[in-house]
Write a protein that binds this ligand. Sequence first.
Ligand code: TZP
Ligand code: MG
Length: 228
Amino acid sequence: MGRRGSTALPLMKPLSDCRLYAFVDTAYLQERTPEFIAQQLCDGGADLIQLRAKKSSVDEVRRMAEAIVPITRAANVGLVINDHLDVAREVGAEICHLGQEDFFDAGHQRVEELKTKNSKLQIGLSTHAPEQAQRAIDAGADYVAIGPIYATGTKPTAKPVTLDYVRWAAQNVKVPWFAIGGIHLQNLDEVLAAGARRICVVSAILNEKDVAGACAKFRKRLEAARNL
Ligand code: TZP
Ligand code: MG
């Protein structure tokens, strides 16, 4: 039996090797199913895929996650569940992503509090300023998201943090960190020049008809920047 067939060992790359973090965001599904998008993102070379379903009930999120898990597993891509820790645990996702309010405002102090015994679940936290990044790292976050760099329709009320925060992260953050928010192929070079080596991309991939092709373009650009 191959490695893939032998129980639920996480076979995703270590977070430090993950560079392209893509999304199944239900706001951008159009006529497409979550599974179709997930498969396209895997085919396009995403290292991580987040299920982000802001308007869905927990049951709907669970159903979507259950449909996506076999796809990400088969591709050895890490599945991240946004907001729903219980769903992440139930479906055996590799990672749960939480915002500042989901974690700190809910009274948590250490990410270990969210990890059940023997669980390999990793926790990623959103951050919007250096103090938040420091607090997330001190809390034991497995990765931090740094953003939104630019204004974005995916999170329209969030204030852009600008490339200054990316430059700060490049100097100061030692855990894996991902630049996020308004990143597209035309501004990718300046995000990389500011020091980012890992990026999250939602709309610039999902707005394309050829999702796998769009994803592959980001992948190629990140590969080309590997030795920057
Ligand atoms: N968190 C900070 S910005 C953002 C999230 C979820 C949205 C990123 O989406 P896009 O479409 O890549 O700007
Ligand atoms: Mg949240």
